[in-house]
Design a protein around this ligand. Structure first.
Ligand code: NAD
Length: 507
């Protein structure tokens, strides 16, 4: 049993110190073919606690040679009868068992994610751990329901033909995920891939490798055969090696648009199937008749939740001129009420950014915004008295202009860029004037306006009088440069399978 599982219940601080003590010593290994192994190169890297800036432990730094071993293991597992002949019912069962094991270890996993990523443990428990449990349970329902169909073909010869389709696993999947929702992003990919019968090599982000390794260990415990779920920890080079590998049939990626484009270029060798969940710059559109209390609370949560490190963050506010100042004041009040600190403290609901690099990026955008003419309403700096952690205050920049970089580029931090509008004709054009198209929020009590705007906005998800609701049952993904394909729902099962059309001559 791993150090993580050996930890027993207790408060978050004592669980964290037990976990950290258990993780000292030998570096956390890669997980290849059911075994924890060090990198072929022997290289390791440090994973840090963003709340303290201190090292948690060393982790194996996978490279191309390790990716090759993991892909070979995944290819063998694809034809291992224990996996490829596993009945649909049994595949459901192992996925549900994995969900049970995540549930069993929920407290330790929530704390592990908190110390590795920085987000408060109260939130990691709900978003990462309970979210992942729901994802595995949802996709556990699909193997017994996901199949083909019989189709009424009309051959010219008049021959009697039975035509039917079957769904087959796409093969070995390279899954590359970011650091902002480490375990749930992994679950969003691993669960449908395994439900479809694929095998996987998961590459977690270098900032947050720990829960992915634990998840793969739990998968083994759940009865998923060795080699079906492998994990390569490491940097972008390991991800690129996975994208390049001829033994990988599909790449599913969540991360920045820039790296997404590199993945498309890198996957052409064997024309891998590619799905991409990329960046966003989501508009929050507020009409004059909106319920301002509800809108302010939700817009604040939509940009400050997870310290703004959310692909769907509502980072562009379009408030009607008549309510703009009132609304901004209310959002600033919500920002002021956030409790910033170490996420192990149960009263904290706003943790540090994930890294020093991310802190520098966010801070530089606040400077750029002010230089370009935006006005700082609140935040914009490191809060006092929180030591060496990567903390950044919730920030609002008003008087933003449509061509400013803070309106056009993804900051990926707790920074709201506010614009005011008065011309309804120009509103949709402004909201759509973006390279991204992941999501949008609309605030109004006018039913016609709500539906009109929901239809006009170019985004994969539109929320009306709500924001950031996500569910395994409904597709999630982006228009434009926010991605290719949709995760969740039946669409996710389709991403991880191939359709075969079979013609049988019955004449
Ligand atoms: P990133 O693109 O820098 O890294 C993501 C992953 O890709 C990491 O595992 C990284 O090691 C790997 N990687 C880096 N270079 C690579 C390369 N050349 N080839 C293959 N893999 C490579 O993104 P990040 O900074 O970790 O995450 C933030 C980004 O993720 C934001 O842009 C955010 O919007 C996006 N995101 C999108 C969604 C969504 O569903 N649309 C969800 C979460 C995050």
């Amino acid at each position: 049993m791993s150090a993580v599982a050996q930890a027993t219940a207790g408060d978050a601080y004592s669980i964290a110190s037990r976990l950290e003590a258990g993780l000292k010593g030998a570096p956390r290994g890669l997980l290849i073919d059911g075994k924890s192994v060090q990198a072929v190169s022997g290289k390791t890297f440090a994973t840090l606690n963003p709340a303290t800036g201190k090292e948690i432990c060393q982790v194996a730094e996978g490279g191309a040679a390790d990716v090759d071993l993991a892909v070979q293991a995944a290819r063998r597992a694809l034809t291992n009868p224990a996996w490829c002949n596993m009945s649909a019912v049994d595949r459901s069962l192992v996925l549900n068992r994995l969900a049970d094991l995540i549930e069993r270890d929920a407290q330790e996993l929530a704390v592990l994610e908190c110390i590795d990523n920085g987000k408060p443990a109260t939130l990691t428990k709900v978003v990462e751990i309970e979210g992942s449990i729901k994802t595995f349970r949802y996709f556990a329902g699909w193997p017994t329901k996901f199949g083909g169909e019989t189709l009424p073909v009309s051959p010219r010869s008049g021959a009697k033909i039975l035509n039917y389709t079957v769904r087959e696993p796409v093969g070995v999947c390279g899954l590359i995920v970011p650091w902002n929702y480490p375990m749930s992003m992994a679950a969003w990919k691993v669960a449908p891939a395994l439900a479809a019968g694929c095998t996987v090599v998961l590459k977690p982000a270098e900032q947050t490798p720990l829960t992915a390794l634990r998840l793969a260990e739990l998968a083994l415990e759940a009865g998923i055969p060795a080699g079906v779920f492998n994990v390569i920890t490491g940097f972008g080079e390991a991800g690129a090696a996975l994208v390049d590998h001829p033994g990988v049939d599909k790449v599913a990626f969540t991360g920045s648009t820039e790296v997404g484009k590199a993945i498309v270029r890198g996957s052409t060798g064997n024309l891998k199937k590619v799905s991409l969940e990329l960046g966003g710059k989501s508009p929050q559109i507020v009409l004059p008749d909106a319920d301002l209390d509800a809108a302010a609370a939700s817009i604040a949560a939509g940009i400050f939740f997870n310290q703004g490190q959310t692909c769907t963050a509502g980072s562009r506010l379009y408030a009607h001129a008549s309510i703009h100042d009132d609304l901004l004041g209310r959002i600033a009040d919500h920002a002021a009420k956030l409790t910033i600190g170490n996420g192990l403290d149960p009263s904290v609901n706003f943790g540090p950014l994930v890294s020093e690099e991310q802190w520098d990026r966010v801070s530089s955008y606040v400077e750029i915004g002010q230089r370009e003419g935006a006005e700082l309403v609140c935040g914009g700096a490191r809060p006092n008295g929180l030591g060496d952690g990567f903390f950044f205050q919730p920030t609002i920049l008003a008087n933003a202009g449509r061509d400013m970089r803070i309106v056009r580029e993804e900051i990926f931090g707790p920074v709201l860029s506010a614009l005011s509008w008065s011309d309804p004709e120009d509103l949709v054009a402004q909201a759509n004037d973006s390279d991204f198209g992941l999501s949008a929020g609309i605030w109004t009590n006018d039913l016609k306006q709500a539906h009109r705007l929901a239809g006009a906005v170019k985004a994969g998800t539109v929320w009306v009088n709500c924001f950031n609701l996500v569910d395994n049952a409904t597709p999630f993904g982006g228009f434009k440069q926010s991605g290719w394909g949709r995760e969740h729902g039946r669409q996710a099962m389709e991403l991880y399978s191939e359709v075969k059309s079979i013609w049988v001559n019955l004449s």
